[in-house]
Design a protein around this ligand. Structure first.
Ligand code: ZN
Ligand code: ZN
Length: 49
């Protein structure tokens, strides 16, 4: 599970390798396994994750 700054939590899986993605303030959403960066709009607040 990753948590957005608004408090919304969601399990997000990497589309490339299927691993759960992680969030870091510096990189943003990314896959720790394959390194893919994920761009997503938060369904909770509508802002970029
Ligand atoms: Zn991946
Ligand atoms: Zn949000």
């Amino acid at each position: 599970m990753v948590r957005h700054e608004c408090g919304y939590e969601q399990e997000i899986l990497c589309r490339k390798c299927g691993s759960p993605v992680a969030y870091s303030g510096r990189i943003g959403l990314h896959c720790p396994k394959c390194g893919r960066e994920i761009t997503l709009v938060c369904p909770g607040c509508g802002k970029k994750w």
